[in-house]
Design a protein around this ligand. Structure first.
Ligand code: SF4
Ligand code: SF4
Ligand code: SF4
Length: 179
């Protein structure tokens, strides 16, 4: 698993908005930024073999993951076919789902689509006034698979990378950036 960013998450962590998304979403298991670009030869094998067809080339020809149509199953195929050692075996990602305010449920329209598509059970809804409900993503339970992104009717979900959390300071929403 990529270790470009490390972070600690409490068992009851709920998405609160501290993220550093200034990165390309490489396949799960990709080496960290810099090392990956040194190792990858642009062969395209991972993109060719990905059963989900979610690996595309970025502007420089390096593979990146695009979950706009479907999510990652963590099947490991991309790591298996990478002969350059740029992608190693991994069970997950250090990205998590984030819901913005365009969410229908937040605006009072009944929707639980993301919850229905989350096999990990990472999305819960906090009831609000006026029939609204705020989806909250458990950072502990979310695998970052991205399966909730495409089905969302309001395109409200992004995958983001939680930034390192200093032990003494609180999260700040200003650091959010989309993948
Ligand atoms: S783990 Fe599987 S589904 Fe995910 S990007 Fe790699 S090949 Fe595609
Ligand atoms: S699927 Fe999208 S619009 Fe529906 S509740 Fe989830 S985030 Fe909101
Ligand atoms: S990214 Fe995957 S695990 Fe996380 S909330 Fe969405 S569907 Fe659930």
């Amino acid at each position: 698993m990529s270790t470009a960013t490390s972070f600690s998450l409490g068992r009851r962590s709920i998405l609160k908005g501290r993220f550093d998304g200034s990165f390309a979403l490489r396949p799960p298991g990709a080496l960290g930024a810099g090392l990956f670009e040194e190792a990858c030869s642009h062969c395209g094998d991972c993109a060719l073999e990905c059963p989900q067809a979610i690996i595309v080339a970025d502007e420089e020809g390096f593979p990146k993951v695009d979950v706009s149509a479907r999510g990652c199953t963590f099947c490991g195929t991309c790591a298996e076919v990478c002969e350059d050692g740029a992608i190693l075996s991994a069970e997950g990602w250090d990205v998590r789902a984030s819901v913005d305010d365009t969410c229908l449920s937040v605006q009072g329209v009944s929707c639980r689509t993301c919850e229905d598509h989350c096999d990990a059970g990472a999305i819960r809804f906090r009831l609000m006034t006026a029939g609204r409900a705020q989806p909250e993503v458990s950072l502990d339970d979310c695998t970052g698979c991205g399966a909730c992104v495409a089905p969302c009717p309001s395109d409200a979900i992004s995958l983001l990378r939680p930034a390192p959390q200093p032990s003494t300071s609180q999260p700040t929403a200003s650091e959010n950036q989309n993948v």
